[in-house]
Each structure stands twice: as C-alpha cells, then as structure tokens.
Design a protein around this ligand. Structure first.
Ligand code: FPP
Length: 272
C-alpha cells in the first residue's frame, strides 16, 4: 500500500479541522482512489436559514465550497468530478432564486477559467443546457472550448439536469440511429447505451456523496449510479470541507464493491 506524502501547506490547512490532523491524508490509499466522484451539493438554504441569512447567501457560500472541493479533487488526482449544481426541477423555485443562481453561475464560471487552465482541468456541462439563459450558454461554451485540451481532472457541472430526461433523450437518439440503419436492435448493449448519455464514455461514478442528510438520489445520474457507492453526510454543503471529502473517500476505500458477486468470488478474483 502506498500513501500520500503530505506537503506542509496541506498539513496546516487541516489543522483544527474535524479530524484535528492530516490523518485522513496519511491513511488514503492512492492506488484505490475513486476515479469518478459525484456530489449532490445540498443544504445551502438550511445553512442560510440557521444564520438568518437569505437563501442566495447560502448559495454564494455553496459556490465557494464548490471551488474548494474542485481544487482539492484535482490535487488528489481524481479523474472525474460531477457536481449537481441545478436540476431540471430547480426551475420551479422562486424566480429570484433561479435568477440569482444563474447569475452566480455566469460570474463564477468566467472567473474560474484561469484556475481551470492553471490546474489543467477540463470543463464540461451535462444537462438540458439549451434551457439556460443564452448568456450562460455562451460562457459555458467558451469555458468548454478553452479547457477542451486540458488533460487533468474532468469537471462536469450538471445544469438543468434530469436523470430520467437524460435516459429519454438517449433512447430517442438510439431510436433514430436504428431507424437510419446505423445500428441493429440486436447489437444494442448496455455499454452502447451508456455512450448515448451525456456522460458518454466516462466511467460511472465510483462514489456519490450527498450532503445535508437526505437519503435519496434526486434524479441524479440514474443509469450511471447503478453500482455507485453512496455516502450521505449530515453536513450541510456550505460547511463541507476538504476534510469531509477525505472522510468520504476513506469510507469508500473500506467498502467491498461486489458488483453482484459473492465475497468468495471476489477473493478468488483478487488472488488471480
Ligand atoms: C441545494 O441546496 C443547492 C442547490 C439547488 C444549488 C447548488 C448550487 C451551488 C452550490 C452552486 C454551484 C454553482 C456553481 C457555479 C458551481 P438547497 O437550496 O436545496 O438547500 P436546502 O435543501 O437546505 O433548501
């Protein structure tokens, strides 16, 4: 087992956190990091309410947290990070909140382009992007284009996203290809179907983190999360720190991923 070496800068950042020292970094097994982490960032509204702030202030803090976690995942060497920033259902929220979220998105995406370039991060949006304001779509395209040749972590931002809709859209495209005789029905496989989703040929998420204690996946990555390890923390998203992230990864590393096999079968496989 190989361990992370701890850089002094990181050490001091973890001091005083819930783990009290960088023990999490010491124990992380670098060879068993999740390749793909997905996060449902929940609890901005409750965080704000507890402080008699308005919901928008909660979202502002949420954006700061998102940036911190993006940076940390990139430093750790995570290959794919998918953040659930705005669901299809979120369009039904009060207009002022929706507008504020769109404004935050626009301003922060633009200002984070430099950070993404410096950290070699490739940005991609997933979801029904054509529903977003044109000005937001424009910035998304710019950032996607500017970062497209980066070879580090891929950051997916799920916007106007619905897992069910994603599947329906994939079925439509697949049906078109069948009608155009590009593929035969008998050749349709799970892998092929996955290729029609927004996530294309990315690996499925290994770990799905949800903050604020809700025990549901809220229409997020429904197909892709078939064998994903779920980690729910009571911590509200604006309170979520790099230390909480490490705790989630450590928890993941202690799980046995069986993919429907028995523990005995897994042991035999590992011994081969
Ligand atoms: C859930 O909290 C959060 C959202 C619906 C928005 C999440 C968006 C962000 C954290 C900002 C991301 C933006 C960028 C630019 C990365 P909630 O409002 O449902 O909280 P509640 O359940 O406590 O009310």
């Amino acid at each position: 087992m190989r361990y992370f070496t701890i850089r002094r800068r990181r050490y001091w950042r973890y001091k005083g956190s819930t783990l009290h020292h960088p023990i999490g970094m010491k124990k992380l097994d670098r060879d068993r990091l999740p390749r793909h982490i997905a996060i449902i960032m929940d609890g901005n509204g409750r965080w704000a309410k507890m402080r008699t702030l308005n919901r928008i202030q909660g979202h502002r803090k949420g954006v700061e947290k998102a940036k911190e976690i993006v940076n940390h995942c990139s430093e750790l060497g995570i290959e794919y990070l998918t953040l659930y920033a705005f669901s299809q259902e979120n369009w039904s929220r009060p207009k002022a909140e929706v507008n504020a979220l769109m404004g935050l998105l626009k301003n922060h995406l633009k200002s984070e382009l430099k950070m993404m370039t410096e950290n070699n991060i490739r940005f991609m949006s997933i979801g029904n992007i054509s529903q977003l304001p044109v000005s937001v779509q424009k910035i998304i395209s710019e950032v996607e284009e500017e970062t497209s040749s980066n070879s580090g972590m891929q950051l997916n931002l799920a916007l106007s996203y619905s897992g069910r809709l994603e599947i329906v859209e994939a079925v439509k495209k697949l049906a078109e290809d069948v009608m155009d005789k590009k593929i035969a029905i008998k050749d349709i496989t799970e892998d092929m179907f996955s290729g029609y989703l927004y996530t294309g040929d990315m690996p499925d998420p290994d770990l799905l983190i949800r903050t604020s204690g809700e025990m549901r996946i809220s229409n997020f990555l429904l197909w892709q999360a078939a064998y994903t390890e779920l980690y729910v923390t009571e911590t509200l998203w604006p309170d979520f720190t790099s230390t909480h992230l490490l705790e989630a990864i450590l928890d993941y590393q202690h799980r046995e991923r069986r993919f429907g096999l028995t523990a005995e079968q897994l042991r035999i496989r590992a011994a081969r």
